[in-house]
Ligand binder design. Sequence first.
Ligand code: ASP
Length: 342
Amino acid sequence: MSKKPNILLIYTGGTIGMIKDYPSGTLRAFDFNKLVSNIPELSQLECEIESISFKTPIDSSNMNPSYWVLIASIIEQNYEKFDGFVVLQGSDTMSYSSSALSYMLENLSKPVIFTGSQLPIGDLRTDAKENLITSIQIAALQENNQAVVQEVCLYFEYKLYRANRTTKINAEHFQAFTSLNFPALAESGVHLKINQNYLLKNKKGKKLKVHKVMDTNVAIFKLFPGFNRALLQGILNIPGLKALVFETYGAGNAPTDDWLLSDLSEAIKRGLHIVNVTQCSGGSVIMGRYSTSEQLKKLQLINGGDITSEAAITKLMYLLGSGVSHKSFRTIFETSLRGELT
Ligand code: ASP
């Protein structure tokens, strides 16, 4: 008989790890060492589960690159011992964290599934149990002694997504995430349906490489009708700024004022990397389609294509942290590294 898969749960914080004390109505942190006794359903799963928790669990609004390095290091240290990883964190910044981890974990051949919940695990109407149980099941899926999922994913409300394609779209609904530019990798109904064709596969024999330097000299500027020059200049002139996500309208469009184009052009000449990313949750930048993006094309803004802002900002941190040369920066950014671009 083949051995049961070993799954490591990494609890970073967030609503999922809270339990409601019904007599008093207060929420308190859940003791992950008592996971199986608190959720007896877990013992029904065909896998062994161990868990590890941040010393001080955090609300995901406090997430930052040093915590991403911590998560990456926990995975690195436990990579041989476990067959899959489930990372529990608050949903607010989950798309950022999971996108970041997708870049930091190169040549991944085991599943890393991020999940969380809108209601605490101890709440009567909780969505946490389904999210947690199915995430563990997906992390444990094996075929011919190999993990079925070999990438960083996000599981929420019956859908498994490629993490770096997701955005949090709802603070109320159980369906908190969407992935408008890439189909779900799996759907959980009566059966767990895996869309094999969409899964990334690690080229055999490539060893996991963990990147731990994320450069935070980056910014996002979201266009809005009426933004003034001083605001843009304030951002373009931030000391030490190396790269900017320029969030444009629709298919990558921006106002055609001369001052805007000259400020951008001057910043690019100084060496700032500027990426054109659409502020729409779905669709793609197509520079040159409208006259309002023709100039941006001429200025040679980096084309963000259909990347999300979350995947773009973390990709900038990763590429800058990896010391990619100025010359090859555009080409590498415009190349899909972990399935984040079509
Ligand atoms: N504020 C919480 C967090 O992101 C919400 C959640 O857990 O989903 O940590």
